[in-house]
Design a protein around this ligand. Structure first.
Ligand code: PHE
Length: 363
């Protein structure tokens, strides 16, 4: 096994040989292990304070200074490999333990719930959406449902005066609330995120282009619940950041999605609109020949646009160095149109008579 180090360097070649040997020894020693206690003993022998690996690390101290970084790197890679082997073995032992505690034959007496496995329509539309975008190379990115004002608004170029920031539209936490796992600056407040556009920011802050992500998730707005409104709903936002992207790419992406979702003959259109974080910005509508009563009518389904320069700037991207587009659709709305659901409240009532009408998606 090689660890990508310089082979002309005699010392490192020796280190590789040591590393190879340890890996071999670990595999051999674990080959005989069947119990957790034996596993722990072997683990201590190799990775413990007085373990074999520790010896290898100590050898680095004797090296000339300029050789230390490369040797350290080789050792770290070796350690990673060893840890993976131990993890895999532990998983194997745990499965064995679980099997042993269940007995040889699985107990069939638990009811399966009476037949067909069903799937919540929101989960179904979410899976379907992800599946379609994965064909275009998108992966799923997650964010926090509790956000800071900066992530939800400021970083997305949304000024203090924007109506979406009103207390009457957004759920704010009390000022003295502090949450260990979502850090915030000074006196800004926490909010329940009003859109999944926050994930654009979280993603761009820690990764460089090319980026193709999809961020499905729950969002919150102060709306009174009725047949078409809910204070909790789900969005799926997409973000692409790559060199030379244009509105044409955005349109083609939307066309692809809706045609895959609804079928041939489905059209999309973009109407100029304003969202602070995109420029230009558009509303997205689609029209299809075969969606029952709504056939052949333009239906508004979301927003989209080219990522605004200020958003890139807030994420630390150099001005003019990248281009990108974003779009967002409401998942309840999509599911309602596609599955013929006429009341948004049904999604949240968990009435099995409703849920049973939706079968598992093909995964
Ligand atoms: N975040 C917008 C909303 O919640 C939708 C949107 C996403 C608009 C991406 C443009 C680009 O309404």
């Amino acid at each position: 096994m090689k660890f990508g180090v310089n082979h002309s360097n005699l010392y490192l070649t020796a280190m590789e040989t040591d590393s190879d040997k340890i890996l071999e020894d670990v595999k051999n020693a674990l080959g005989e292990v069947a119990t957790r206690s034996h596993f722990e003993a072997v683990k201590a022998k190799f990775l413990g304070t007085n373990g074999v690996f520790r010896e290898l690390v100590k050898n680095i101290a004797a090296l000339p200074k300029e050789k230390k970084p490369a040797a350290g790197q080789a050792i770290n890679i070796c350690k990673g490999e060893i840890e993976k082997i131990f993890e895999a073995k532990l998983a194997e032992i745990e499965i064995g333990e679980a099997r042993a505690s269940l007995g040889d034959v699985p107990d069939p007496s638990l009811s399966s719930g009476g037949g067909e496995i069903f799937c919540h329509p929101l989960r179904k539309i979410r899976s379907h959406t992800i599946e379609i975008f994965s064909k275009l190379g998108f992966s799923v990115a997650d964010g926090s449902e509790i956000e800071t004002e900066w992530f939800c608004f400021d970083a997305l170029n949304t000024p203090q005066s924007h109506p979406s920031r009103n207390e009457s539209d957004t759920f704010y936490f009390r000022e003295n609330v502090s949450l260990g796992n979502v850090s915030k600056n000074g006196d800004e407040r926490y909010v329940l995120r009003t859109h999944t556009s926050t994930v654009q920011i979280r993603t761009m802050l820690h990764s460089k282009p090319p980026i193709r992500i999809l961020s499905p998730g729950r969002v919150f707005r102060k709306d009174t619940m009725d047949a078409t409104h809910s204070p909790i709903f789900h969005q799926c936002e997409g973000l692409v950041v790559e060199e030379g992207t244009s509105v044409c790419d955005l349109k083609a992406t939307l066309d692809f999605f809706f045609t895959e979702l609804i079928g041939e003959g489905c059209e999309t259109r973009m109407r100029p609109s304003f969202f602070p974080f995109v420029s230009p910005g558009f509303e997205v509508d689609f029209r299809s020949k075969n969606i029952g009563k709504l056939s052949n009518r333009w239906i508004e389904i979301g927003g989209c646009g080219m990522v605004a320069p200020n958003v890139f700037k807030n994420c630390g991207y150099e001005s003019g160095s990248v281009t990108g587009f974003a779009f967002g659709v409401g998942l309840e709305r999509l599911a309602m149109l596609l599955y013929g659901i006429d009341d948004i409240r049904l999604f949240f009532q968990n009435d099995t008579r409703f849920l049973k009408q939706f079968s598992m998606p093909m995964l």
